[in-house]
Design a protein around this ligand. Sequence first.
Ligand SMILES: [Zn+2]
Length: 232
Amino acid sequence: MTNQLSPLYDKKVLCLYCKNTFHSKRVRSSFIRIKTIDSDFCKVYKEEMINPLFYETDVCPDCGFASTEAFSLEFPNGAKDEIAKQFENWKTQEFGKERTVSDAIKAMKLAILSANLKRENRIVIGGLCLRLAWIYRSIEDYNQERRFLLAAYLDYEVSYERGDYIGTKMTELRLLYLLGELARRIEKREKAGLYFTRVIQHKKRATETKIVEMAREQWYIMRNQEQVNPTK
Ligand SMILES: [Zn+2]
């Protein structure tokens, strides 16, 4: 008797842009085993290849437009023309199978491109860049990781200014913490200190004590590093 359940299953997806339906894999929740969580909320999984992050983006095989469940359904004026132009030469590509790291990177880059063309909220674009940085971290490509941490940081700064994170799962405290932590990781120390302080002194600090605690810890780590390398 074979009773082996695959960690992956097929989910039917609708392309937001061309309305084609196709299948994309997802990881069954019973197979997801988290080993650790990094200080920027990157989850490290016990089994490297069963990584839900690899399957968060749905790439339409017909038109190339890629999205995640965080995308809004609306397309602003002119965005569809931009997308048509950008994907003019797209040749059918299948992302609906099990994905390698390099497939996951390609899919995430297509989602970042699509999100920019459709002028998606910056909280969404920043989230995609952060996820791409995490994928690069998992293969120890630290240059590319840093490049996309910086991109995420810049998008999150705009999101904070515009307030386009309001109404999503991202809270103000969590966003301020992430800005501090991303700034710390890309060595914008002054900015990191500024954002951590804003978390620690925030009037809503009693509502998210875990985040406040993390801000204190990361700030402490950063100050210790400064003492070790006083010239930096
Ligand atoms: Zn499509």
